[in-house]
Write a protein that binds this ligand. Structure first.
Ligand SMILES: Cc1cc2nc3c(=O)[nH]c(=O)nc-3n(C[C@H](O)[C@H](O)[C@H](O)COP(=O)(O)O)c2cc1C
Length: 367
């Protein structure tokens, strides 16, 4: 019996989480799992598939570790809700280990964020199976498998973008997740290849096991984020989907600036949806169709609110310094922004941040 026991976790959830975490722990011997392929005609995956209820083109918020955490997502849900959101990526191996309590922090969400999808990564089908069960019991609307993160150590361990090199294992992982998810939609986020464009083989391999959605980030693993995303290759992924008569939705991802750009790309490249990532930095209104460019004052108020909420919910659990990358984004683009930013970088508490901003606004009321 393992216990979620940490002073850093919201204690009100502990009995519930302990119950489900222990229920979902794999037996010590369960390091392999045999699963039969799902039949297209008897596919439980489609039964609770919220993706099919959304109006196309679908605009979703990208998972971004240490950025789109439970706190930022709450603000985004309030100021400009996308059609769906994803958690930061969470390790299946970690969730199935004794150290799982710490990782459960990354699976916190609020009702306002729905539909909310848990993004997971790993390389062991058995742990995906158990983690899918856990995600289902935690009430997630869907599960997404990370097959795109280019980070060296993760790739070396066979996870994330490393799975592009082992398509059979990738398929086994998708099937294991589908089996554990018991009807919740399972999606995949990936890149167009490992060292080179491989979509002619990689996309059909994924479509063969019927993920509900396939998000294609238009770069190879080797390209990291160093070159512009290739949307022509994303369009080819849509063609492959059409040629194979697959029902999987295809989303495009990479370098999308705003909703207008997303709508234009959906039209031009034929994707069912678009995923936006870095454009949300400093702009929780990104998905708000009514909102014109926010004023400096509005941005600074949200910066303070974001910081206070971060301290309240993640204080002591995650480093306060993670807020600093948000400050860079909130505070830029006007005369005097740099000086304010430098001052904010020295702050160590939400109270200090609030004081700095209040004083700044008092001295710069015309900004
Ligand atoms: C700080 C940061 C963290 C990221 N973390 C994740 C992650 O946890 N899971 C994932 O699938 N992709 C992650 N990504 C990749 C993004 O989801 C997205 O694919 C990438 O930023 C390209 O989209 P964009 O040009 O709209 O930002 C991350 C990207 C950034 C910049």
């Amino acid at each position: 019996m393992y216990h979620v026991k940490t002073k850093n976790f919201d204690n009100s959830c502990l009995p519930f989480l302990n119950k489900i975490v222990n229920k979902n722990r794999p037996p010590d011997t369960a390091d392999t799992l045999t699963l039969s392929p799902l039949s297209r005609h008897n596919n439980p995956i489609m039964s609770k598939n919220f993706w099919l209820k959304l109006k196309k083109p679908i605009f979703v918020l990208a998972p971004m570790a240490n950025v789109t955490d439970a706190v930022f997502r709450r603000l985004i849900a309030k100021y400009g809700r996308p059609d769906a959101m994803f958690t930061e990526f969470v390790s299946c191996d970690g969730l199935q280990s004794v150290g799982h309590a710490k990782l459960l922090i990354d699976l916190q969400y609020t009702e306002a964020e729905r539909p909310i999808v848990a993004q997971i990564f790993g390389s062991k089908p058995a742990n995906f199976y158990k983690t899918a069960q856990l995600a289902r019991e935690l009430g997630f609307d869907g599960i997404d498998i990370n097959m795109g993160c280019p980070e060296k150590n993760l790739v070396k361990s066979g996870s994330c973008a490393g799975l592009i090199r082992t398509p059979q294992l990738a398929q086994e992982i998708i099937r294991a997740t589908q089996a554990g998810a018991q009807g919740l939609p399972v999606s995949v986020k990936t890149r167009i290849g490992f060292n080179k464009n491989e979509i002619e083989t990689w996309i059909p391999a994924l479509l063969a096991v019927e993920p509900a959605v396939l998000t294609v980030h238009g770069r190879t693993r080797k390209e990291m984020s160093l070159v512009p995303a290739n949307w022509d290759v994303i369009a080819r992924a849509v063609e492959i989907r059409n040629e194979t008569k697959s029902k999987t939705l295809i989303f495009g991802n990479g370098d999308v600036r705003d909703l207008e750009d997303a709508a234009a790309k959906a039209k031009q490249y034929g994707v069912d949806g678009v995923m936006l990532g870095r454009a949300i930095f400093g702009n929780p209104w990104l998905f708000n169709r009514e909102k014109k460019t926010p004023t400096i004052e509005e941005r600074l108020h949200v910066l303070v609110k974001h910081t206070l909420l971060y301290e309240k919910i993640l204080g002591g659990k995650k480093s306060f310094d993670l807020m600093k990358k948000h400050y860079k984004a909130y505070v830029s683009g006007w005369d005097g922004a740099k000086e304010l930013r430098i001052e904010l970088m020295t702050a160590k508490t939400a109270g200090e941040v609030e004081k700095i901003v209040v004083l700044y606004l008092k001295n710069n009321t015309n900004k």
